[in-house]
Design a protein around this ligand. Sequence first.
Ligand code: SAH
Length: 239
Amino acid sequence: MLSTLGLIAALAGGCAQAQEPYARERQALLKEIEAMARETGAETGRSVFSARVMAAIAKVPRHRFVSAAYGPLSYANRPLPIGQGQTISQPYIVALMTELLDLKAGDAVLEIGTGSGYQAAVLAELAHKVYTIEILEPIGKNAASLLQQLGYKNIETRIGDGYAGWPQRAPFDAIIVTAAAPQVPPALIAQLKPGGRMVIPVGAESEVQFLHVMVKQADGSILNQRSLPVRFVPLTRND
Ligand code: SAH
């Protein structure tokens, strides 16, 4: 028979199970992200991610952003297919890119490549307003309805070519690009505020891509740091 304490623990566990179907997997993922941050710290300059970023990763239900078939893998530290040849990024990469943006509570952030909407949700936990653009209509519509369903009121979505940024909502405190471009789109640099930060994978599809962190200086010049080698789907263009 269960002791009273055992019974309470079992009941509490049962409750957590019902509300948080992958609570244990999520905890394990947080530990794995912390370990990877330590391992890659020399290259990224961030061996410990901020508590705010880790809390956002802990909170956003990644399993809701992948199809049911991938549910059991949703807290594995790996990218997963989201249809049409696109992927939801590896959770460590989402955490790293978010960390590198140094978001403040009042910030307006632009994301290029909504994909599943997961990265946008993580950003929305940390910033005032998130603007996100997706070029593939079915994927963008799907993400928009999921984000609405999850109650994210500070995310504005749009279908379009993010190469041109979002001039009507510019300038931005931070810009994150979640598809790789051979060159940084000039419009994105133009739409960054002085002091603003952009995190973007740079490199052609066939080359090794690197994550770059760009900081716009008060005089408009760009300070560009190269971070980790990465692998992203390409930033495509509507011609
Ligand atoms: N941030 C996403 C991962 C995105 S994968 C997530 O959290 O799930 C990259 C996405 O960028 C794909 O959905 C792809 O269709 C989109 N994309 C590629 N080129 C684009 C462009 N020029 N403008 C907007 N989105 C683009």
